[in-house]
Write a protein that binds this ligand. Structure first.
Ligand SMILES: Nc1ncnc2c1ncn2[C@@H]1O[C@H](COP(=O)(O)OP(=O)(O)OP(=O)(O)O)[C@@H](O)[C@H]1O
Ligand SMILES: O=P(O)(O)OC[C@H]1O[C@H](OP(=O)(O)OP(=O)(O)O)[C@H](O)[C@@H]1O
Ligand SMILES: [Mg+2]
Length: 306
C-alpha cells in the first residue's frame, strides 16, 4: 500500500520486464539518467532523481496499460501496438528489437504461397494481425461479400510462446511469428513465405499523459541517447581550397564546423556522420585530400528545440 501511495504525482513509464526488449530498454533508461532501484521481484520501481515510477510489464501488455492511460509512457514493439488495436501515440522509433512478423510453413512441405494456407490452421501469438492478413487473402480469393457473409475460412489459434513447435506437433499447417536472424525458424525446419509486418521497439505515449512536460523531457533525453548512438563525430584537416568537395562528403546534421588552423591555407572540419556510413566517408575524405581524419564517439547529444 505504501508503494502505491508513493506513485501519486509520478509519471508512470512501462518497461518490458523480460524478453528481447528488456536489456536494451534498461540501457536507454540508464543513458537518459533515469535512476532507480528495482527491489527483488517487485514490478514497480521509483526513480531517485525524477518524479517517475517504472512499471515492469510483459511487452504484449504495455500497449494496453498505456492505451488505457494507466501508464503515461511505454517501451514496446510496434507489432504489439498494432496487435492490440489500441489508441496510443508512437512517438519515437528506438532502433532495437528489429524483426519481421512472417508467415512460416514446413520448409520441405508442399505449401509455398500464403494463399494455400487459406482454410487451414494457423498458430500465432498475433491473432489480430494474422486474422487481418488472412482476411485480405480470402477477400482476394472469394470477394469481400462472401467473406462478410460466410465468415473466414482460415482458423487462427493463439499460443503465447514457442510458436515454432506448432507445425511439428501437428497443431498447425503454418504459423505467423517473429523472425530476426532466422535461426529459430531454421532449427524448427520452417521457411518464411511472406511478411505480415516489419517492427522495431518504439516509445509510446498515452493520449493524455499525467505530466506532459516530464513526458517531453524523457522523450528528448531518449532521442539524445539514440542520436548519440546513430552518429559519430568526424574531424579532419584539409586545405581550404578543397572545402567545397568536403561539404559534399560531410554535410553534417546542420552544417560542418570549420575553423582555421595556425598553418596558412588549412582548415579543421568537424561534422556528425552516421555511424553506418563512417568507413566509406573516411575513404572518400582520404581520396579527396583530407589529413588527420579522426572519428570520435558521442556519449550523448541534444538536437535542440525546433
Ligand atoms: N528475435 C527477436 N529479435 C528482435 N526483436 C524481437 C525478437 N523477438 C521478439 N522481439 C520483439 O520483442 C517483443 C517482445 O517479445 P519477447 O519474445 O521478447 O517477449 P516475451 O514473449 O514477453 O518474452 P519471452 O519470450 O522471454 O517470454 C516482440 O513483440 C518484438 O517486438
Ligand atoms: O529469428 P531469431 O533470431 O531466431 O528470433 C526469432 C525468435 O525470437 C522470439 O522468440 P523468443 O526467443 O522470445 O522465444 P519465445 O518464442 O518463447 O517467445 C520469436 O518469437 C522467435 O521465436
Ligand atoms: Mg518471446
Amino acid at each position: 500500500m505504501e508503494l502505491v501511495n508513493s506513485l501519486d504525482g509520478r509519471l508512470l513509464m512501462a518497461v518490458p520486464k523480460k524478453g528481447r526488449l528488456h536489456e536494451a530498454a534498461l540501457t536507454l533508461l540508464q543513458g537518459s539518467d533515469i535512476q532507480f532501484h528495482r527491489h527483488n521481484r517487485l514490478d514497480i520501481a521509483l526513480c531517485h532523481n525524477l518524479p517517475i515510477a517504472l512499471v515492469f510489464l510483459g511487452a504484449a501488455d504495455i500497449p494496453v496499460f498505456v492505451g488505457e492511460g494507466r501508464c503515461d509512457l511505454g517501451i514496446t514493439g510496434q507489432d504489439q501496438v498494432a496487435e492490440h488495436q489500441i489508441s496510443v501515440e508512437e512517438i519515437l522509433e528506438l532502433g532495437f528489437g528489429k524483426c519481421k512478423l512472417q508467415v512460416q510453413v514446413p520448409a520441405n512441405g508442399p505449401i509455398k504461397d500464403p494463399k494455400e494456407l487459406v482454410g487451414k490452421n494457423v498458430v500465432t501469438s498475433f491473432t489480430h494481425l494474422s486474422r487481418e492478413y488472412f482476411k485480405s487473402l480470402e477477400v482476394e480469393l472469394y470477394g469481400a461479400e462472401a467473406v462478410e457473409k460466410n465468415g473466414m475460412k482460415t482458423v487462427m489459434k493463439y499460443v503465447g510462446g514457442s510458436v515454432e513447435a506448432a507445425c511439428a506437433l501437428g497443431v498447425a499447417d503454418g504459423i505467423v511469428d517473429l523472425v530476426e536472424s532466422g535461426e529459430t525458424m531454421k532449427a524448427a525446419g520452417l521457411a518464411a513465405i511472406s511478411t505480415v509486418m516489419t517492427t522495431e521497439a518504439v516509445l509510446i505515449r498515452s493520449k493524455q499523459p499525467r505530466n506532459p512536460q516530464l513526458a517531453e523531457l524523457i522523450l528528448s533525453r531518449i532521442k539524445g541517447v539514440i542520436n548519440a548512438k546513430k552518429y559519430v563525430l568526424c574531424s579532419y584537416n584539409i586545405p581550404r581550397t578543397l572545402l567545397s568537395v568536403v561539404h559534399d562528403i560531410t554535410p553534417g546534421k546542420r552544417a560542418p564546423t570549420i575553423t582555421s588552423l595556425e598553418e596558412e591555407g588549412w582548415v579543421a572540419v568537424q561534422a556528425m556522420v552516421e555511424r553506418s556510413r563512417v568507413a566509406s566517408v573516411m575513404d572518400q575524405l582520404e581520396e579527396a585530400g583530407a589529413h588527420d581524419i579522426l572519428v570520435l564517439q558521442i556519449s550523448n547529444s541534444r538536437a535542440g528545440k525546433d
